[in-house]
Design a protein around this ligand. Sequence first.
Ligand SMILES: Cc1cc2nc3c(=O)[nH]c(=O)nc-3n(C[C@H](O)[C@H](O)[C@H](O)COP(=O)(O)OP(=O)(O)OC[C@H]3O[C@@H](n4cnc5c(N)ncnc54)[C@H](O)[C@@H]3O)c2cc1C
Length: 632
Amino acid sequence: MLYDAADIDVAVIGAGHAGCEAGLACARLNKKTIIFTMSVDTIAMMPCNPNIGGTSKGHLVREIDALGGEMGKNIDKAYIQSKMLNQAKGPAVHSLRAQADKIKYTNEMTQVIQNTPNLLVKQQEVTQILVENNKVVGIKTNTGAVYNAKAVIIAAGTYIKSRVLIGECIEHIGPNGLKSANTISLEELGIEIRRFKTGTPARVDGRTVNIDEMEPQYGDENITPFSFSNTKEDISRKQIKCYLTYTNELTHQIIRDNLDRSPMYSGVIEGIGPRYCPSIEDKVVRFADKERHQVFIEPEGEQTQEMYVQGMSSSLPEEVQIKMLRSIKGLSNVELVRTGYAIEYDCINPIQLTHSLELKNISGLFSAGQINGSSGYEEAAAQGLIAGINAALKIDNKEPLIIDRSEGYIGVLIDDLVTKGTKEPYRMLTSRAEYRLLLRQDNADMRLTKKGYDIGLVSESAYNAFVQKKKSIETEIKRLQKVYLGTSETVQNILLQKNSTPLKSGISLFELLKRPELEYNDFNEVNDKRPELTPEIIEQIQIELKYEGYIKRQLIQVEQFKKLEKKLIPTDLDYNDVYSLRLEAKQKLEQLRPISIGQASRISGVSPADVSMLLIYLEQLKRGKNNVRNRG
Ligand SMILES: Cc1cc2nc3c(=O)[nH]c(=O)nc-3n(C[C@H](O)[C@H](O)[C@H](O)COP(=O)(O)OP(=O)(O)OC[C@H]3O[C@@H](n4cnc5c(N)ncnc54)[C@H](O)[C@@H]3O)c2cc1C
C-alpha cells in the first residue's frame, strides 16, 4: 500500500561518493534533501581500493574541495598514508594520493551527513522514479513511500541489476554482499542502458602476510593536505606502511591453467570492463611477456587486520585465487578475508545528459557517478557535486554551473562523458586534459574557489583566505620583477652552490628564478625584504615563474577554445538543412545535439570539414540568407 511520505526539494538515490557530494551540495544550498541508500552503514563505502587520489584523480579531489565539496576534507580526516606522486616530473602531473582507513572514511562522512541541516539519509530502496510530461515529480520506495520531489539525482553506482561473479559462483547481489537494486527501471523512462563490469581483488588477513619478505612503501614526510582549508600541521599524524611484492611465473601458470574458469574468459561476463584497471587474468594474457607484475599490500585501516591486494583483481574461482596468492612471495600462508570478484551492473549512456548532468529528455532528473559510465571514487564525487549544485540551481531557476575543459578536470570528465560517451568504464587520466599545465592540482583553488563562493558553497572565511592567498602570490610575483640582483660575491656563491651559471650582469630575481635548478628560498640571504609566505604560496610563485612561457602559450589555446565554445548552435537546428554535411556527421549531430561549435568539433565522427560547413551555415543563418537550403 503506497503512502505520501513527504514533499521535498531533492531526492538523491545513493549514498556512495556521488550521492554524498550531491546530497551535501543540495542541503548546503538550502534545499530540503533526502539521500536514499540500500544500507546506511555503507555511506561513502570504498568497495575497491582503499585510497583516494592518484594521477589526475588527485586533481579531481582538489577541484571538489575548491568548489566547496567534502571528499578532500574527509580524506584528510581518514588518511593513513599520504604521498605526492610524480614529483620527479613536471607540476602538471604532480598528484596527491592517500591511503584511507575505510571504516574511518565512512564514519567521518556519515558524521558530516547526519549533522548537515536540511539533509536526511534513509535506508530505503528506490523502486521507481516518477515522471509526468517529461518532468520528474518524485520517487517511490520498497516500503511503499512516495516522496514528491522537484528534482531527483540518480547516483546508484554499481547496484542496478548487479550480479557478482567468482568463477562458477554467480549471485544477483551488489558489492560486498549487499543487496542489488533489481526493481528500479531506467529503461521505462526511455533511458538507454549499458552493461559494464568492474572487479576487485581479495582482501587477506594481515596476520598471515609475511611483510619481512616484501619491500616497505612509506608515505611522504612533508605531506600536503587534499583540502585547501587544512594545513599540514592540521592533519599530520603517524603514517602506516604498505608493502610491495611481485607475481612470478608460477602465479602466471596457475592463472593460465584456469583461464577457462574465469567468467571473463569463459564468456559468462557480458559487461564491458575498465581497460585501465585490468584484472590479473587480463594482465597475464595481455602482457604475456612480462615476467612479473607488481602487487601492493595495502592495510584497509588501523582497526582491522584486512589488507587489500592491489594489482590482483580477479573473478577466478576462490580455490584458484588462494593458490595464485599463495604462490606470491610473502603470501605463502595467506588466508582470505574476502574473495576477489567481478561485478556487472547497468549504467546509462551519458550522451543523454547535458553538461549540467541533467537528462536531456526528463526535466529535473540528474545523474552522477558510476551510473554515468565512469569508474572511480573521485570521478563519482566530482559528478555528484556538479549534479547536486545544478539540481539546486534549477529549483531556484538559476543558470547551471558548467565547468569547461579549460577550467578543470571536472570539465574534462563531464564533457568527455556527455560529448564523446564511453564504451568502457571511464577513468580520468592527465592525458585526457589538453590544458593540463593550467589544470594543476596545486592551483585548483585559483581556478574554482570563486565559482564555489558565488554559488554559495564556499564559506566567507574560506573565500577570504583564498583572496588573501591569491593577493600574496600576485603581489610577490610583481615584487620579484623589481628585485634586482647584481653580480655580488654572495649571489655568485649561491649560484655556485646550485651548479648554476654565474651572472655576467644584473638580473631581476623574477628572471633568475626561471632557472630550473634555482629555488625561491635559495636567495633568502639577498632577498631580505621578502614577505612571510607559506610553502604552498612559494610553490605557486615558482611554478608561475618557471613555466611562464608554456602557461602563456596554453592560455592562447584556451582563448581559441573558448571562442568556439561561445559559438552556440540553435537547439532546434535541422542538420538536414546543412548543405554537404556528411551523413555520419548529420546522424551524430542529430543524436547528440551539441550546444556549441566547440562541442560539435569534439564529437567522434564529426570532421573539421563538417565543422566548417556548420560554421558557414550558422553565419548565413545569422545573416538571414537561406539559399543553402534551396541549393540542396
Ligand atoms: C567490485 C568493485 C570494484 C571496483 N573497482 C574499481 C577500480 O578498480 N577502480 C576504480 O576506479 N573504481 C572501482 N570501483 C568503482 C568505485 O567503487 C566506484 O566508482 C564508486 O564507488 C562509485 O561511486 P558512486 O557514488 O557512483 O556509486 P557507489 O559507491 O556504488 O554507491 C551507490 C549507492 O547507491 C545506492 N543505491 C543504488 N541503487 C539504489 C536504489 N534503487 N535505492 C536506494 N539506494 C540505491 C547504494 O546503496 C549506494 O549507497 C569498483 C567498484 C566495485 C563495486
